[in-house]
Write a protein that binds this ligand. Structure first.
Ligand code: ATP
Ligand SMILES: O=C(O)[C@@H](O)C(=O)CO
Length: 419
């Protein structure tokens, strides 16, 4: 294993897996820190954690454990993947985890770059944009778990870490790899250890990737990985075989716990198409009135792709959170989705499409999936995934980040996951 990655959620990890796989690396995504050693053919290993929205000290402990395992697999470079919308609160967890990893690796110049131009996330003058809107005006200011109320990533990060935060502006990035490397040195010479780097296009990210050759720690969205495989390829370290893929037959089900704008559009499209849908009401889930077995049985009886969803408008989510507390609501709904997924898999489904990072984490953990093979891209940032149980049963999955995918994502995913 060459490149060791730590993802702070499951959909984000598969987003990164997609980028690395498209750039020709053999990639495996692991659910949590594996017990044993990885298959020696894996070139980039991604340990997917569910550490985005847990207390910072727990996120640090899990990330350091993942780092130790990745080191033991032989990795020489490490990447901490977080969301391209920099999902975090003033307490963390991006700053605390990046700080702990930097200390553990004695990393002096640590790039911080959430940019993902393919999904409309660009970083300019230290400010993060979602398409043509500043992050804090993009809808992310209403996020149920981490409302993003400041687009200045330097300022937001500085609230989360003791390390000094620097910046490499676009005037250096546009000079290419050599200019970027010199600007990183300069920022570090002025005392900065976490260095926010502007990036507007994929070409910028490839140049940044070239400049990062040999640095122990990199942090960012999946875009920051675009230029990294080439550094290994140049040294003749990649086998060049990529990943293989076959879809899975049988029934498919969609689970959506995401309340993001894109997901709500996909839920609306599913409804317009007249496909079967079952709404999980937060109140009923929190009161323990919903029986996972019954909901799964309803889905298993459907002949067309059913959707089970708790996705709701921001004002509905706000009301639920004010009544019950954010964590209580999230735990109840995520727990329910996990339990439904177990019943569905026991019922023999072949394909499972999950919307939402936290929801996907809850589902994959509940299914005790250890490793996921990476298949072709369904939409920018979302690959097809394949899990194989100890008995050889296959489940094809799509784990979709809240704001990813076009309105027809559920249909697109289902057809790509099919044989
Ligand atoms: N109706 C609801 N009321 C309150 N909370 C909800 C409701 N539906 C879902 N949730 C919770 O909101 C959170 C949504 O987070 P999740 O990460 O799954 O989606 P997302 O934020 O859209 O996706 P991503 O993190 O990939 O951007 C989950 O913890 C989920 O349980
Ligand atoms: O970077 C992104 O936007 C996604 O991979 C993600 O992490 C959203 O949860």
């Amino acid at each position: 294993m060459l490149l060791g990655c730590i993802g702070d959620d499951f959909t984000g990890s598969s987003d990164l897996a997609n980028t690395l796989s498209k750039q020709g690396m053999r990639v495996t995504q692991f659910s949590g820190v594996p017990q044993g050693a990885a298959d020696p053919s894996v070139e980039a290993g991604i340990v997917a954690l569910k550490s985005r929205s847990i207390p910072a000290d727990e996120a640090i402990a899990q990330s350091l454990k993942a780092l130790e395992w990745l080191k033991a697999q032989g990795c020489t470079q490490f990447l901490f993947k977080y969301c391209s919308t920099f999902d975090s609160t003033p307490e963390g967890n991006i700053g605390p985890v990046a700080t702990a990893l930097a200390e553990a690796l004695n990393a002096e110049k640590v790039v911080v770059c959430p940019a993902f131009p393919g999904a409309g996330r660009t970083l300019y003058q230290g400010h993060l944009f979602v398409h043509d809107q500043l992050l804090n005006e993009s809808g992310m200011e209403h996020h149920p778990l981490n409302p993003m109320t400041d687009a200045d990533i330097r300022r937001w990060l500085a609230r989360q870490t003791q390390l000094s935060v620097g910046h490499v502006g676009y005037e250096h990035v546009r000079q290419g790899a050599t200019g970027i490397a010199a600007a990183l040195d300069q920022a570090n010479a002025s005392g900065a250890r976490l260095i926010v780097v502007d990036a507007v296009t994929d070409t910028d990210l490839i140049e940044i990737g070239t400049a990062l050759d040999g640095l122990p720690l990199i942090t960012g969205g999946s875009g920051i990985a675009l230029g990294l495989p080439e550094n290994f390829r140049r040294r003749g370290l990649l086998a060049g075989t990529g990943n293989k893929w076959t879809g899975v037959a049988g029934q498919s089900v969609v689970l959506s716990g995401s309340c993001s704008t894109a997901t709500r559009g996909q839920v609306a499209r599913h409804s317009q198409a007249g496909l079967p849908m079952f709404e999980i009401k937060a109140d009923a889930a929190i009161a323990g009135q919903l029986e996972p077995k019954h909901i799964a049985q309803w889905a298993l009886k459907q002949t067309k792709r059913p959707l089970i969803y708790s996705s709701a408008d921001p004002q509905v989510v706000r009301q639920v959170q004010e009544t019950y507390g954010r964590e209580r609501a999230a735990d109840a709904i995520e727990g329910l989705f996990g339990a439904i997924a177990r019943e569905l898999v026991a019922g023999g489904i072949g394909r499972l499409i999950v919307a939402g990072g936290e929801t996907s984490g809850a589902v994959v953990e509940s299914l005790t999936i250890e490793a996921l093979e990476i298949g072709p891209e369904i939409a920018p940032g979302v690959p097809a995934l394949l899990a194989t149980s100890r008995d050889g049963d296959k489940l094809a999955l799509a784990l979709k980040s809240g704001n990813f995918g076009g309105p027809d994502f559920f249909a697109d995913a289902d057809s790509l996951l099919s044989p």
